[in-house]
Design a protein around this ligand. Structure first.
Ligand code: ATP
Length: 295
């Protein structure tokens, strides 16, 4: 297993009687794109704020790039975009980044490099207020890139973007990962992250309810079978896999080694016609709905 760049143990944040984050233990491996998924209010931003040291946990702990959150040594290794970038509307994109770079003691070559990497070099001298939302978000990522951090923490980077802006952001994030940055990004848009993330953590009502690869999450091992007549085929399938279920789409089977062949044989021997037998991958949306109880 690759080195971990973020590890949390029982991370918890309470606001009065409300527990915003409840015992989250997650792990982000170095070099991966990790999608932190959950519906609105699930606790994503609160978790990320704890990781970057903006707020303190009520309980539990976190290690980020080998340090406790907020340690000056880790701040240098971190690039952060949380709750929308705050930029001066009347300054250009370049000047906005220069202000931030100066404040953080970072050289101007980093500013040019960041503008280039987020695809804003050609518009760098235009005022921030003239930028599209997509460009504003990309400048936010550019700001996070100043100082060439190992880890980028991006809170809902595609939020509010149109399909083209989302596609550009996805492409940018993929490029950044290819360049060696680890990316931890949050989203409530499952279809967005399933294309680019290596692994995801799913949070619901403050609790981490799953952490796995997209394929594992979708349960790629389920089989769907259609046969005619179903009432003949179903008992035959049940004879092979006891917990096979009859659904509106066909017979659903949790497939193990050799299950497909055995099931097909049983159906044919039962005298029913086998019409279809295929892997039934659930969409991430379906999985998510099941897990979060339809939130
Ligand atoms: P969204 O996508 O809507 O930002 P989220 O998953 O990021 O959602 P959080 O912003 O982390 O969710 O909020 C989790 C819960 O904690 C919510 O119920 C929210 O109202 C509560 N919360 C967050 N910050 C505070 C605060 N400073 N004081 C009180 N409650 C808070």
């Amino acid at each position: 297993m690759k080195d971990s760049i973020v590890v949390t143990r029982g991370l918890t944040k309470r606001y009065g009687a409300n527990t915003a984050v409840d015992g989250v233990s997650m792990r982000v491996a170095a070099g991966e794109i990790y999608g932190f998924l959950g519906p609105n209010g699930a606790g994503k931003t609160t978790t990320l704020r704890m990781l970057v040291g903006l707020i303190r946990p009520s309980e539990g702990s976190a290690t980020v790039a080998g340090h406790v959150p907020g340690d000056p040594d880790v701040v240098r290794k971190l690039g952060v975009l949380i709750e929308g970038p705050g930029f001066y509307p009347y300054l250009s994109g370049r000047d906005n980044l220069r202000v931030l770079a100066k404040y953080r003691g970072i050289g101007r070559t980093d500013v040019e490099d960041a503008l280039d990497r987020v695809g804003l070099a050609a518009r760098a001298d235009d005022k921030f207020r003239t930028y599209s939302l997509g460009m504003k978000q990309r400048l936010g990522v550019g700001a996070a890139l100043l100082g060439r951090p190992d880890l980028l923490i991006l809170d809902e980077p595609t939020n509010g973007l149109d399909p083209q802006g989302m596609a550009e952001m996805r492409e940018l994030i993929t490029t950044l990962a290819d360049d060696g940055h680890t990316v931890l990004l949050s989203s409530h848009m499952l279809s967005e992250v399933q294309e680019i993330c290596d692994r995801v953590g799913v949070i619901s009502r403050g609790r981490l309810i799953a952490e796995s690869t997209i394929a594992e999450l979708r349960g790629a091992s389920s089989l769907l079978l259609k046969a005619e007549p179903m009432e003949v085929a179903f008992p035959a399938v049940r004879g092979v896999v006891g917990d096979a279920m009859l659904t509106s789409g066909g017979i659903r089977i949790e497939a193990g080694n050799g299950t497909a062949a055995a099931v097909a044989r049983a159906v044919v021997e039962s005298g029913a016609d086998l019409l279809e037998l295929r892997l039934d991958e659930k969409s991430l949306e379906e999985v998510f709905f099941e897990m979060t109880g339809g939130q």
